[in-house]
Design a protein around this ligand. Structure first.
Ligand SMILES: [Zn+2]
Length: 402
C-alpha cells in the first residue's frame, strides 16, 4: 500500500470513502420473446439441486438453460437472443446444424464448438458470457464488435450438445476465461447458490425470466493500490489517483504532503528570499537576480531573468577632429560650428569651438599682372598718377604681347 501512514489511510477511507473498486454490471434477460420460454434448467450445485434448492437442473450442468415452448419446431419463429449487458464480442461460431435432439450423432455433440456450436462469447467486464446452441446462420455480431445491452446476437436454436431448442448462458470469471480451466458462475443468488450477489439487475422469480431492463454499464477497474483521491507516492515525488479506471499522476518537484483527503504537492522554496520562488527564480541562490530585478546592461549578468544580459545602446559617432579636405585651416567664413554638436557624447565636456581667424579671405591665387591690367589707373592727377599710368602702359602692353 502506497498510502502514507495509517492515519492518512484512515482519513482517506473516512472522508473520501473507498479505494477505487469495480462495480459489476447488472445484467438483463438474454431473450426478447414474451412467454416463449417453457422450462428452465439451472446450474447444478450438486445432487441436481439448483440455486433455489429445487431440481430444475441436471447433473454437472454449469449454465442456465431457457427452453423454447414448442421445441425445435419453434426455431423457425426466430426467437431473439440479445446481449445481457454492454460489452465486447470475444468469439463467435456459426454454421453448425441447429436441430439436434441429442448430445451426439453425426452433426451434434460436444465436438461442435465445445458443445455450444453456434455461439457468441461477450466480455461484459467482470464476466465472459457464453450464449450457446443458437440457430445456424443467425449470428449477428462478429469478434471485436462492441455491443450494447439488448443488442441482437442471433436466434435460439438446438445446435451442438443439445436435446431440444433452448438458449444456454454461462458466465465465467473474466480472469480465468480462455485459460482452459475457467470457472463458470451461477448468475442466480439463492439459498443453494454460492453466488454472493445476483448478476442480474432483476433475476426474476424461480422458473421465470429475469427482467429485461438494462443495468448500469460497468465501471472500469482501478489498480488495487490506487484511490479516488490524490495520494502521495511512497517517495513523496508524485501524487496519484484513479477515477473510473483511469490512473492520473502529477509529479511533485518539491515533494508531496499528505493532507487528509487530496494530498497536495509542496510549494517551491524561495531560498534567497528575494520574493521569487524557485520555480520562477532563475537563480534562487542570488537575491539580486529574479524577475523584475533592475537589469544592468553589458555586465554579462541576467539580473531580471529575461534570458539574456541587456545589451547597452551603441555609442554616438564622435565629431570629426580633422577639417574636411579642401578647406584651409583658419579660413574665415568656413568655421561655423555644426548645429546640434555642442557637447561631447563621450566626455560630456563642452565641445571646443571652431577656430576663428581674423584676416584676409583666401582667394585663388592670380597673376598680379592680370589683376593690375584690368583697370587703367586713375586718380586725382599729379606726378604720382602719371608715374602709375606710365608703369601700367609698360607692364600691361608687354603682357598682352606675351
Ligand atoms: Zn445448458
Amino acid at each position: 500500500m502506497s498510502r502514507m501512514g495509517i492515519a492518512a489511510v484512515v482519513a482517506a477511507l473516512a472522508l473520501a470513502g473507498l479505494p477505487s473498486t469495480v462495480a459489476a454490471q447488472e445484467l438483463r434477460s438474454p431473450v426478447e420473446c414474451d412467454g416463449c420460454i417453457g422450462w428452465w434448467y439451472y446450474f447444478d450445485h450438486g445432487f441436481s439441486r439448483d440455486w433455489n434448492c429445487g431440481s430444475a437442473t441436471y447433473s454437472g450442468h454449469t449454465g442456465s438453460d431457457y427452453s423454447l415452448n414448442g421445441g425445435n419446431r419453434a426455431i423457425d419463429d426466430d426467437n431473439a437472443v440479445v446481449a445481457m449487458g454492454a460489452g465486447t464480442v470475444v468469439k463467435t461460431e456459426d454454421g453448425y446444424f441447429d436441430r439436434c435432439t441429442q448430445c451426439g450423432g453425426a452433426n451434434c455433440g460436444t465436438g461442435f464448438g465445445n458443445g455450444f456450436a453456434n455461439q457468441v462469447v461477450i466480455n461484459h467486464g467482470d464476466y465472459r458470457m457464453i450464449y450457446g446452441h443458437m440457430k445456424s446462420g443467425s449470428i449477428a455480431v462478429a469478434e471485436g464488435d462492441t455491443v450494447e445491452c439488448g443488442q441482437l446476437l442471433g436466434f435460439i436454436g438446438s445446435s451442438g450438445c443439445s436435446t431440444g431448442a433452448h438458449l444456454h448462458i454461462e458466465p465465467s470469471d473474466a480472469a480465468s476465461f480462455g485459460t482452459g480451466r475457467y470457472t463458470p458462475i451461477d448468475p442466480y443468488v439463492g439459498e443453494c447458490s454460492p453466488t454472493a450477489a445476483t448478476l442480474f439487475l432483476d433475476q426474476g422469480a424461480y422458473r421465470q425470466m429475469p427482467g429485461t431492463e438494462c443495468g448500469e454499464p460497468p465501471v472500469p477497474a482501478c489498480p488495487p493500490d490506487t484511490f479516488d483521491v490524490w495520494t502521495c507516492s511512497e517517495d513523496l515525488a508524485l501524487r496519484r489517483r484513479c477515477l473510473e479506471g483511469v490512473v492520473s499522476e502529477e509529479p511533485c518537484e518539491w515533494g508531496c504532503t499528505p493532507a487528509g483527503t487530496d494530498d497536495v504537492c509542496g510549494l517551491p522554496p524561495d531560498a534567497d528570499g528575494d520574493g521569487a520562488r524557485a520555480d520562477v527564480d532563475c537563480d534562487d541562490a542570488d537575491g539580486g537576480r529574479h524577475a523584475g530585478a533592475l537589469e544592468v546592461c553589458g555586465d554579462g549578468i541576467d539580473q531580471d531573468c529575461s534570458g539574456d544580459d541587456l545589451a547597452c545602446p551603441p555609442e554616438p559617432v564622435p565629431m570629426p577632429t580633422v577639417p574636411p579636405a579642401g578647406v584651409t585651416p583658419g579660413a574665415a567664413g568656413t568655421g561655423a560650428a555644426p548645429t546640434g554638436a555642442t557637447s561631447s557624447p563621450v566626455t560630456g565636456q563642452p565641445a571646443a569651438p571652431p577656430p576663428i581667424v581674423v584676416g584676409p579671405v583666401a582667394q585663388p591665387r592670380q597673376e598680379p599682372e592680370d589683376e593690375g591690367c584690368r583697370v587703367v589707373p586713375a586718380g586725382g592727377g599729379g606726378w604720382l598718377q602719371m608715374l602709375a599710368l606710365v608703369a601700367w602702359v609698360i607692364t600691361c602692353t608687354r603682357r598682352r604681347r606675351a
